[in-house]
Design a protein around this ligand. Structure first.
Ligand code: FDA
Length: 310
């Protein structure tokens, strides 16, 4: 079921007809179904949502949605939008933290285009004290993402970190490498449907790997982000940190906008740092479908939302 649901929603996420249909209804009004996971289609709406999130004691990272771009022009447009986002964030006075995907900046066109575009973002980001997290995409991109990350790290861009996925067999080795570099890791379970020669297929195996990697990161990583909504993973993190005298200021939890708000509040009340990943923009369909793949029960509110809007 765990891998099956992901595969099913992954297949649907490639349907142009479904994308058109969803785009028509998903964000139309304040009650539309995609708004549960997407803060807004514009930067201005998102800044407004960010302010109220910060007022609840949460930290944030903003993600301008987009991935798998196919032309140099699209990659350039996404890069310009990110540079504009930095400017808007500085002017709005909200937290300076963004997340991005390399296939949005042209990794699928050629590596040099992607590195150039990333540098165009990292330069102003560095000047204004931003932290920039590189999301991890499906396993076809893992090696290139880490190569690009290391290239920039060696060029002294130190305001960057990367996400690593517990589901992949290779990740322990990647965590050790990032710890050696002193780079910040966001640990996630992994949102993509992966073949069994590269990734665990059973939830119990992914969870066991997540706990092992969380411990490695807490013991010798640099301010890791433990990104999950799964209560047993959160409990394992709290107890490992507690047992080993690792202070609440030496790591943070991260969650996705719209998921498990109850848990976010409890952790903040207990003195933990919690950062919300806040996606926005018009290209929300693939991101949205991954959220359905993680929890097929979410389909219920989509259907109710569509019926309610007609
Ligand atoms: P799991 O899927 O086992 O869910 C545990 C519980 O959380 C569920 O029982 C439910 O209560 C709740 N829950 C989880 N997903 C839900 C949903 N969609 N809707 C409603 N409730 C839900 N992945 C990736 O491959 N690359 C990346 O760069 C990132 N980046 C990222 C950033 C941040 C801040 C987070 C929190 C997650 C990611 N992810 C990601 C996604 C990640 O890989 C994973 O798919 C999701 O976090 C779901 O896994 P959980 O750890 O929450 O556990």
């Amino acid at each position: 079921m765990y891998a099956g649901a992901k595969a099913f929603f992954y297949a649907l996420s490639r349907s142009a007809a479904l994308k058109r249909l969803a785009s028509r209804y998903g964000m139309r009004s304040r009650e539309s179904f995609a708004r549960r996971f997407i803060a807004g289609e514009t930067i201005d709406e998102t800044v407004e949502a960010s302010r109220s999130i910060q007022a609840q004691g949460l930290q944030l990272t903003l993600d301008y949605l987009g991935e798998s771009v196919r032309t140099v022009e699209e990659a350039d447009a996404a890069t310009r939008e990110y540079v504009r986002l930095l400017d808007v964030i500085v002017k709005a006075g909200i937290e300076r933290n963004i997340s991005l995907k390399l296939t949005q900046l042209g990794a699928g066109i050629d590596r040099a285009t992607c590195v150039d575009n990333l540098r165009r973002i990292l330069e102003p980001a560095g000047r204004h004290g931003f932290f920039v997290r590189i999301d991890m995409e499906d396993s076809a991109w893992t090696q290139m993402t880490l190569d690009i990350f290391e290239t920039l790290w060696q060029q002294d861009y130190r305001n960057i970190g990367v996400a690593l996925q517990a589901a992949l067999y290779r990740t322990e080795q990647d965590v050790r490498r990032m710890n050696e570099l002193g780079a910040r890791v966001r640990l996630v379970k992994g949102a993509y449907k992966e073949p069994k020669d590269v990734a665990y297929q059973r939830k119990s195996d992914v969870d066991a790997a997540f706990i092992r990697l969380m411990q490695l990161l807490l013991d010798s990583g640099v301010y890791p982000a433990i990104a999950t909504h799964d209560p047993p993973m959160i409990e394992a993190t709290r107890s490992h940190a507690g047992r080993n005298g690792i202070g609440k200021d030496r790591f943070e939890f991260q969650m996705l906008y719209g998921i498990r708000r109850d848990l976010q509040g409890t952790l903040v009340a207990d003195g933990y740092r919690v950062r919300l990943y806040i996606p926005f923009g018009r290209e929300w369909f693939p991101y949205f479908m991954r959220r359905l793949g993680e929890r097929p029960a979410n389909l219920g509110f989509v259907v109710r939302g569509i019926l309610g809007e007609q």
